[in-house]
Design a protein around this ligand. Structure first.
Ligand code: SF4
Ligand code: SF4
Length: 66
């Protein structure tokens, strides 16, 4: 399981990028995505996202362009 970002809800504010101590969240265009190889499921990103764009998905890979 790792963090998964729903691009339709993401507003590109980068709060999650700054909150992730594992450097697991990157931006592409104006949407964030999670590198599941680095994510340790600490849920910090979900706490800071004010748009409800982050959820946790079993077996999620890089959420690029989904
Ligand atoms: S905090 Fe939420 S809205 Fe902001 S960039 Fe991250 S996922 Fe997108
Ligand atoms: S759950 Fe934690 S490690 Fe994973 S992307 Fe979010 S802040 Fe980073």
């Amino acid at each position: 399981m790792s963090a998964f970002i729903l691009d339709k809800l993401c507003r590109g504010c980068q709060r999650c990028v700054r909150a992730c101590l594992q450097d697991a969240i990157k931006m592409t265009a104006s949407v964030a995505f999670v590198d599941s190889e680095k994510c340790i499921e600490c849920e910090e990103c979900m706490e800071v996202c004010m748009h409800g764009a982050i959820t946790f998905v079993e077996g999620a890979k890089v959420a690029y362009g989904k």
